[in-house]
Design a protein around this ligand. Structure first.
Ligand code: FAD
Length: 300
């Protein structure tokens, strides 16, 4: 008798919108449910997932998960395929078959934001997310701080706020959380969320108002307090054209002294990369630098 095929790391989940809860003027929590969600897993507070929205004709996504699904998806004409965007699992309640995703509402200029703004309970989507039955590490996350971490720097805009909030919640539960500086750029002062606190944590909310997205994140990288012992020769950085490619530098920390997690508008993260590594001599291997979106572009 043939043995059953091994479980794949990722699975396609059919879900329906259960509830929409405004968190701030520009951030809404969408709770999805579905029988299959009982089989979903999340491995980290920055667990990324792919969400498939209704196709340009308004038909709900109906992809079939095959080993070559991604190549087939990419080969399909964009005029007929369901748009795919990347989001973060904010909470997974697998036993209840529920998953929360916090959406930035930036208008009707993108299929994800438009859908999240207008969708009504009962409307359906598909989500590609880790499969609970997979025995190995399905990946799809970058928050991997070294054990015994002493000093942490977090810089994010509102698209990375769901992950940042989860990271702070994870750290707050530790007996001795690291000294942490968190900088969060949001659209407006009313976009602040309640976040955990501990004596070594400082959180700076940076409402941008009419300013350019990411400018306040860059300012934060200029004034962030870095460990004193950083004098070193900065490595040459490979060029990244953030209008064509996704900026995604992964950390591979060599010691628990310092770790950084930076995510948000890609041109801003690119500037922060140069600032922290070239100008301020922060160790390249200690930093995750992730372009979550690019102003004026569609990069998925
Ligand atoms: C790993 C990862 C995790 C992410 N997690 C989340 C998450 O949990 N919640 C979340 O809201 N986003 C998250 N994002 C960002 C999200 O994928 C992008 O914002 C995406 O572009 C939204 O798709 P859209 O269809 O709304 O807009 P698109 O069709 O991609 O873009 C249309 C236009 O809108 C602009 N635009 C896109 N995003 C924004 C924005 N936030 N503010 C202003 N203008 C914008 C684009 O520049 C473009 O001009 C994540 C991205 C990554 C890579």
């Amino acid at each position: 008798m043939e043995s059953p095929a091994p479980a794949s790391p990722y699975m396609l989940f059919d879900v329906a919108l259960k509830a929409k809860t405004p968190l701030t003027p520009h951030l809404s929590r969408l709770t999805f449910h579905g029988e299959q969600v009982r089989r979903m897993a999340t491995l980290s507070p920055d667990q990324r997932i792919k969400i498939f929205f209704p196709d340009p004709q308004g038909r709900p996504a109906a992809l079939v998960h095959t080993p070559d699904w991604y190549a087939r998806y990419k080969q399909t004409d964009a005029a007929v395929r369901p748009p795919m965007r990347t989001y973060t699992i904010r909470h997974l309640r697998a036993e209840a078959g529920e998953v929360d995703v916090d959406f930035v509402l930036h208008g009707d200029n993108g299929p994800a934001s438009a859908w999240a703004t207008h969708a009504e309970p009962g409307e359906t989507l598909q989500i590609m997310a880790p499969n609970r039955a997979f025995a190995g590490d399905a990946g799809g996350y970058e928050w991997k701080p070294p054990a015994g971490l002493k000093q942490l720097l977090l810089i994010a805009d509102e698209t990375a706020l769901p992950a940042l909030a989860g990271i702070l919640e994870e750290l707050a539960a530790l007996p001795a959380p690291p000294t942490t500086q968190a900088f969060v750029e949001v659209a407006a002062p009313e976009d602040q969320l309640p976040l955990p606190s501990w004596p070594g944590l400082t959180i700076e909310w940076m409402p941008r108002g009419l300013g350019a997205p990411g400018a306040l994140m860059i300012g934060a990288a200029q004034r962030a307090v870095l460990p004193a012992s950083l004098a070193r020769t900065a490595p040459a950085l490979a060029e990244v054209d953030v209008d064509q490619a996704i900026l995604w530098d992964r950390a591979a920390p060599e010691d628990p002294g310092f770790y950084g997690w930076v995510a948000g508008e890609a041109a801003a993260v690119l500037a922060i990369r140069r600032l922290l590594i070239t100008d301020r001599k922060a160790p390249r291997q200690a930093l995750n630098l992730m372009g979550y979106w690019r102003e004026g572009r569609v990069l998925d």
